[in-house]
Ligand binder design. Structure first.
Ligand code: SF4
Ligand code: SF4
Ligand SMILES: [Zn+2]
Length: 484
């Protein structure tokens, strides 16, 4: 008689996803297999698909409590009609407000990267779109109407520094009370455009700088050119001179630049313009490299590599999930810097205990004020590299009146200028955006990073890139741009 055997995986839950071929919404199983989390799904027309969604099943299960109740926005822009993810948005069933709004102000770029979720490129200088004052003003107003006082807006593209009105848009966001404006840039233009740099020095946005590593091969494979590093280093030096802050943003592709994770952080820690690093495992939305969806980088893979490559300077357990979105989306830590010493604040304060929403009320040391401070830091609206966040880090560690642990001489915090405080703090985060392979409706329903589109809707990042919204918006904008 044949013996029964066990299945090779643990069935964790059922959710909904997309068919990577036709994008229709289909059921998806979340399975734990050999301590990895796999999404398995079937499209009636295109068959079965499996993709790796998280490289550590134990961690995936353990972080479920890092999930804070969502906050209602002041306004929803759409109604529930066809069901998630086709009603964005935000529709009244969305579980979180928008912590961060993104506006793509143009579609053209001065690079043609093989990896580009915006599907941008040099050819769009001719055929693409550029938003005007009226459009961006309306989009910012829509964001303000939904959020009251939004914390952070990112101006992106394309390459936003190619847009002649970029600086006007920065000022327009600031005029509407949005304190933290970020510019998502590949940095090429900033390496030589003095006028642009001096205006940035006045307006003080943060530059979110594409920076994938130092190897010419990395830049060739991901960005289509191997000669980019020198230009980016020059840009960073110029930003430092102009006192404009930068966050390095690295797309990490397995087998391409996963060996550079530690070097990027080590470099960032030493460079005066750099206040943080953001690692984004490469995802397969729009233009991407041909890679095996079962062998992609995920958050635990990035963090394990970071621990190994920095010899434990940053450890995996220094990182705590951000609870404003689903905990599998985004992990963050902040470190205090003192000379060569790097101390993640998780080693000084019980961040996990406070941000574990099943446990925190029972903690003997639970403190509402520390919770509020940590919630500001562990949020997608945390203004990275800002004096505000640095103040929060110091408050969380010590309480406002005590001495700064990052100063050798232990200066009281009250003796620090806010800029000095910010220079003592460094953020590292890793956010795993979803693509049609890994798309999980459960995550997108609580997404807190939204594209603001010209009709005033707010579309969750991963829905925008995977469901078909990007294609609709781009087609419309390009059509309008071409209409005489
Ligand atoms: S992702 Fe959010 S806004 Fe979009 S349809 Fe789903 S619940 Fe609504
Ligand atoms: S990834 Fe960025 S730099 Fe590269 S083509 Fe796209 S928009 Fe341009
Ligand atoms: Zn299909």
């Amino acid at each position: 008689m044949a013996a029964r055997v066990d299945r090779p995986d643990i069935f964790w839950e059922l959710t909904r996803s997309l068919c990577p071929e036709c994008k229709r919404v289909i059921d998806a199983q979340i399975l734990f297999r050999e301590n990895r989390v796999i999404m398995r799904k079937r499209c009636p027309s295109h068959g079965w698909f499996e993709a790796l969604v998280f490289g550590d099943a134990k961690l995936y299960a353990a972080i479920a409590p890092f999930n804070k109740p969502g906050t209602l926005p002041l306004q929803f822009q759409t109604e529930v009609r066809d069901g998630c993810p086709h009603d964005c948005g935000l529709c009244p069933e969305h579980k979180q407000h928008a912590c961060l709004g993104l506006i793509e102000i143009n579609s053209a770029c001065n690079l043609d990267c093989p990896l580009c979720f915006a599907n941008s490129g040099t050819h769009l200088a001719r055929d693409g779109f550029e938003l005007d004052h009226g459009q961006v003003g309306f989009m910012l107003d829509s964001f303000v109407a939904a959020e009251g006082t939004p914390e952070v807006v990112q101006l992106s593209g394309g390459e936003p520094t190619l847009h002649p009105l970029l600086l006007d848009f920065v000022a327009m966001a600031q005029d509407r009370g949005i304190r933290h404006v970020m510019i998502n840039s590949n940095g090429l233009r900033l390496a030589h455009d003095d006028r642009l740099l001096s205006r940035l020095a006045d307006l003080k946005p943060t530059v979110y700088l594409q920076f994938d590593g130092f190897d010419p091969g990395t830049n060739l494979l991901l960005r289509g050119r191997q000669d980019l590093v020198e230009t980016k280093l020059k840009t960073l030096d110029r930003l430092a001179e102009a006192d404009v802050r930068a966050v390095l943003v690295a797309a990490i592709e397995r087998g391409v630049n996963d060996h550079e994770i530690g070097a990027i952080v080590d470099f960032g820690l030493r460079h005066p313009a750099v206040f943080g690093v953001n690692f984004q495992p490469a995802f397969r939305a729009q233009r991407h490299l041909a890679m095996d969806p079962m062998n992609r980088m995920t958050i635990p893979d990035v963090l394990k590599s970071l621990e190994l490559q920095t010899a434990g300077r940053f450890r995996m357990d220094d990182f705590v999930p951000v609870p404003c979105c689903m905990p599998t989306c985004n992990f963050v830590t902040y470190a205090l810097l003192s000379g060569d010493e790097v101390t993640p604040i998780t080693r000084l304060v019980d961040v996990e205990g406070h941000l574990d929403y099943l446990k925190n009320r029972t903690l003997a040391t639970f403190d509402q004020e520390i919770l509020a401070t940590l919630e500001r830091l562990w949020s997608s609206s945390a203004p990275v590299g800002s004096d505000v966040s640095a103040g929060d880090v110091h408050r969380a560690v010590n309480g406002a009146a005590s001495r700064c642990p990052a100063c050798h001489v232990g200066l009281p915090l009250s003796s620090h200028g806010s800029t000095d405080l910010a220079r003592h703090v460094f953020m590292v985060n890793t956010r795993d955006f979803m693509d049609p392979w890994t798309f999980n409706v459960k995550n997108v329903m609580k997404c807190c990073v939204e594209f603001i589109i010209p009709d005033g809707r707010l579309i969750p990042f991963c829905a925008y890139n995977s469901v078909g919204y990007r294609e609709q918006v781009t087609a419309q904008l390009n059509r309008v741009a071409r209409t005489p």
